[in-house]
Design a binder for this molecule. Structure first.
Ligand code: TYR
Length: 513
């Protein structure tokens, strides 16, 4: 076990990998003690104090929220207001975010508030950091955000826990927040004016989920490429579909990279053409064109996700340096909504591609000489055994479910909150859909790992052996250990679950380009 790597939070940009590592416990975050950073934060909080003292009227401080901004809060009640905000937003439903997702949310909110543009105190940042440090995880219901007043409702659970209210998951148990805070000597926060809004009026939930989704999608693209190489071999297909000269004339860099990875896996000394079949079916021949869509989108997706992550996504923005309060709509998660709608489409296409490859391989009419359902049973056992028949049916179901969920969420904007929020992003729904599609695609990918392992072994038992380069050969050996050849039928669910875990743990290092 290596020590988790330290990440300083000081308002400088975080990367997707930082969020993912912090969420998994592979990194730990420290709030920077840099005087410049701390000074910036303090100036923001002091500026809010001064505004209240001098001006009296500040949105969300001395007024009601949203459409209720015309309601004036009497000075004697101003201190109570931020606590009202999380209280009435305690209406979240649905599943609770899992621990990894919850940590990512805390990191994303900390990253945004550390920009120093939200007028919060250092004490608030410290309390957020303490939740991460002691793994005190608010139970955050996943549903109930329109993603454009920020993730108000789910983030109300973060705000409440910082103040010692509602429940947390801590040391494997669900407990009252106050109890867990006390155990670590942490006093519940008394929110300062504006701090309730600052915690809740932002995109931290959808952005956190997007960071986790990006990393899983990136790995799935690589895995789909490796599996395609296996399946080209298993089906006695043509490597020349991935020819460098062919791809030189279609200059999508991601697509070219996928083709190069396939060439690398399939080893350059393969006969350039399989004269028996000039052209393979599309799920093999066009694999770079399908996987390449995701591969080309990933850098753009990363840029959008990281811009949101490192933004002040709050309202109003408190610019202490220029002494300005800027009212706007930075809680609007349109970029994440579009990124997630886009990513889920590209990922579901991977599931579809792999499912089609499986359909070719299990079908004796298309698999060029392999047994039906890739059953390795022979002789008088052949009739009894059904090989991967059920696994293919299940892969079809998972794929259909993934494809069904690709309906964009961002086009379902609807006017809400007395028409103050009359155009909203639905980014959190898009992110949740995207994660579900990723989960289903991981299931399909696990099925395909079994299929490819079985298909390659059966091909190699036949006349033609075609070599792979060292990395895919090593992976095949590893897969062989994880999944013994299916000769006599057996339930495969346990092995599938282990493969899914291996995928999520990125068990195979795939293409260091
Ligand atoms: N997001 C709104 C504020 C808001 C807060 C809470 C609400 O319940 C509604 C609206 C704004 O800044 O304009």
């Amino acid at each position: 076990m290596t020590d988790p790597r330290p990440i300083d939070i000081d308002g400088s940009p975080l990367r997707i990998e930082d969020v993912a590592d912090l969420a998994r416990g592979d990194a730990r975050c420290r709030l920077s003690d840099d005087a410049g950073f701390q000074g910036r934060i303090n100036r923001g909080a002091e500026f809010v104090d001064r505004l209240i003292a001098e001006d009296g009227a500040v949105y969300g401080v001395s007024t009601g929220y949203g459409d209720s901004c015309t309601v004036v809060i009497p000075p004697a009640q101003v201190a109570e207001l931020p606590h009202r905000l999380y209280t009435y937003h305690g209406v979240g439903l649905g599943r609770f975010l899992d621990p990894e997702e919850t940590r990512a949310v805390l990191v994303a909110r900390l990253a945004s508030l550390s920009q120093g543009m939200s007028g919060v105190s250092l004490g608030l940042l410290r309390q957020l950091q303490a939740l991460l440090e002691h793994d005190i995880l608010p139970l955050i219901p996943a549903e109930g955000s329109v993603g454009a007043s920020g993730d108000l409702t789910p983030l109300s659970y973060v705000a409440a826990v910082l103040c010692g209210e509602r429940e947390v998951s801590h040391r494997g148990r669900i407990r009252p927040a106050a109890e867990a805070l006390a155990e670590h000597g942490l006093a519940p926060l008394k929110l300062r004016p504006k701090e309730g809004l600052a915690i809740m009026n932002g995109t931290a939930v959808m952005t956190a989920l997007a960071c986790l989704a990006w990393r899983r999608a990136d790995y799935l693209g690589r895995l789909a490429t490796r599996i395609t190489a296996f399946n080209v071999l298993a089906s006695d297909g043509n490597a020349h579909h991935f020819d460098q000269a062919l791809f030189a004339v279609k200059p999508h860099p991601g697509q070219q990279r996928v083709a190069a990875r396939l060439r690398q896996d399939l080893a350059s000394d393969r006969p350039p053409r399989n004269e028996l079949r000039i052209q393979d079916r599309y799920s093999l021949r066009c694999a770079p064109h399908v996987i390449g869509v995701l591969e080309d989108a990933l850098p753009w997706l990363r840029a959008n996700i990281e811009n949101e992550l490192n933004s002040a996504n709050d309202n109003p923005i408190i610019d202490a340096a220029q002494e300005m309060v800027l009212h706007g709509g930075h809680f609007y998660g349109g970029h994440i909504a579009f990124a997630m709608d886009c990513m889920k489409n590209a990922v579901a296409n991977l599931a579809d591609l792999l499912d089609r490859q499986m359909a070719l391989l299990v079908d004796a009419r298309y698999n060029h000489g392999l047994p039906a359902n890739l059953s390795a049973a022979s002789g008088d056992r052949a009739a009894l055994n059904h090989g991967l028949k059920a696994l293919q049916i299940s892969a079809s179901a998972w794929t259909a479910e993934a494809l069904k969920l690709t309906m964009p969420a961002s086009v379902f904007s609807r006017s809400t909150e007395c028409h103050n929020q009359d155009k909203v992003s639905m980014g959190t729904i898009a992110a949740r859909d995207c994660l579900r599609i990723i989960e289903l695609t991981e299931q399909v990918t696990a099925a395909l790992l079994v299929t490819a392992r079985q298909g390659v072994a059966l091909r190699r038992a036949l006349e033609r052996d075609t070599g792979l380069s060292a990395a895919p050969e090593e992976m095949l050996v590893d897969l062989g250990r994880r999944v013994p050849l299916v000769v006599e039928d057996r339930a495969l669910d346990g092995e599938l679950r282990q493969l899914i875990q291996a995928i999520r743990d990125r068990a195979w290092s795939l293409y260091e380009d």
